[in-house]
Every structure is written in structure tokens, then in C-alpha cells.
Design a protein around this ligand. Sequence first.
Ligand code: SF4
Length: 347
Amino acid sequence: MQVGECIKKARWGESFSQEELVSMLSYAPASPEAYALLAEARRVSEEVTGGKAEIHGQFALDLAPCTRNCLWCSFAECNQIFKESWQINAEDAVSSAVRFEQEGANAVLTMTTADYPLWKMLEMAREIRRHIRPDTPLIANTGDKTLAQAEKMKDAGFDGVYHALRLDEGRRNRIHPGKRLETIRNFQEAGLWVGTCVEPIGPEHSNEELAHLILFTAGLHPAFSGAARRIPVPNTELAKYGMISELRMAQIVAVTRLAMPRGTRGNCTHEPCTLGALGGATLFWAEVGANPRDDQEKTEENRGKDVGICRELFTEAAWEILEGPSQHFMQAPEPRAPVETPPAVAQ
Ligand code: SF4
């Protein structure tokens, strides 16, 4: 498929097939065709967001060696990066959430490792909710949950979740891909918004695998989608594969935007970068505390970016930044068609 045809289809808001996505992903990242896709994705992002990018602030409620053993994650027990565990208390959680809000973050996220107790997360959510503005979305980035657990999260004050079916789920970790889809459905059934992403992308992933996962995320009609590269955690098995370039990541971010339904407003990328924003990324995360891509306990002293840096990166890419609560979680979701786990990652 010629790039001009792709752009015409995007202008009409049409959906793309697996083959069409593969052809868009197959252009060399520095080719005129790939640049044309970045420009069109940016145009679509501006159209659906009203030209306003967003910054969400994520902080960790805990750090612990995690038994799910995702090979790309610094918390994975098998990677032996962190041997000790800690959990922050409610006072510190509230202080991080309020600080993000004061710095201008459009939503606040709590992140936990997979075994963090639900009762504690609910307690934290209630406490945070009492202290942040009622219209600031509170989002959880946590492990798989049943419908009953998801409903409790909603009752405790969460508005949404970040949850993803990751590349290599079930092959490079101990989580069955079907569990991820089941959990996403539970969250949606409980009335929680779901934001997701095509991640963590390494140089070894084929265009076919990426296209399958892009279509999977589009079928979820998420609040936001996007794409993120895998950051090699030093001295881990996957570090030998290296990392895709920011430009290649921007291309995947752009193709993901073009493939999403227009009702999906947000298009994320991580880690924050100007090339991602150039290709239509409209959501960056600022981070505090533990971070699964970092081998330091306080990511704000190493890889993590703060709200101010995220703001600068968007500004360098000539984006305006939304003031006030996120718009990703305000629009009524479109009807959802059944989706299946992509064959490339299914067991
Ligand atoms: S990505 Fe999540 S589930 Fe996987 S090892 Fe890290 S904390 Fe555990």
C-alpha cells in the first residue's frame, strides 16, 4: 500500500487491516514515507485532543522482587536487581499525588508490583482521593484483577487503570496473555477507564507482531493507546537485544495513532521524547519512586522525568499542554467489538 493511500484512509477515519499496518511499519524510520505518517498522526492527534497534550504523574506505592518475572522489568525476581522490599505510607502517597497535581499533572497514577495487597491499594486510593481535586483522574497501574476486585477499586475512588497485554506476555514472563484480556474486560465492566500501550518494543519484534498488538489495542477502544520501547535494564537477559531508536519508536507511535478509533483521545509514549511528540504522542508520564525500567530505587534521580521536563519536551515539539484534569477519561466510550488475543503472543 502506498503511503498516500494510507494518509487518505486516515483522513476519512477509516480502519486499517493487519497488512496495511505492516506496510506502514515497514518503511525505513528516516524515509519520506515514514515522515509523512508522523505528520498525519500528529494531525489526527491535534484533531482529537483539540491540540492539547497531557502529562500524567505516576508514583510507586511499593518496590518488591516480583514473582511474575517479566524479563524486561527491573522488579522481576529473576533479574535480581532489587532484593529488598518497601511500601510507602499513606502520608507519602498523598504528598506525591498532591505535588503532581500542583505541578500541573493532568492525572495521577499509583503503580504497584503484582503482589501488592488489594486492601492496601484501596486504602491508599481512598486517602489520596480525599486530598486531590475531585476532577483529577486517579489511575491505577497494577496487577490482574477479578471483576469483584475491579469494582472495589472503582468504589475506592479510582477512575481508570493503565493495563496492557505486553509483547511476549506468557513467553518472557509468567502471565498468560488471556489473563490480561480478562482483566481489561473486568476493569471496563466495573466502569473503570482503560488506557493501554503497545509495549515493551525491542529490536527483535517483527512488524507483524506489532501490527497484531496495535489491532488488539484498537479493539479495546481504550481511553488512550500508544507505543513504548523497551529500555534495557543493565545486566539482564534482554539487555543483549539493545533498543530501538527514538525515531523508530515515533514511527510506531504514529502508526498506532492512525489505527486507533477517533474516540481514543490519548496517544502515549514512554520514555518522554520530542520525536515521539513529533509523531503524534500526546501523553507523557512523569515518574517518582521505583520504576520497572530503572535499576535505581528513586527513578527521579536517574531515568524518571518530572512534570517540568515533560512540559519542555512537548513545548520543543510545539505542543500546547492541557491545563486542568485529563480529557482522556471524559468522552463516553464507543461500543466495543469482541477482540481476541493476538496470535503472535497467544500461547
Ligand atoms: S512488569 Fe509488573 S508483573 Fe512484570 S515483573 Fe514487573 S512488576 Fe511484576
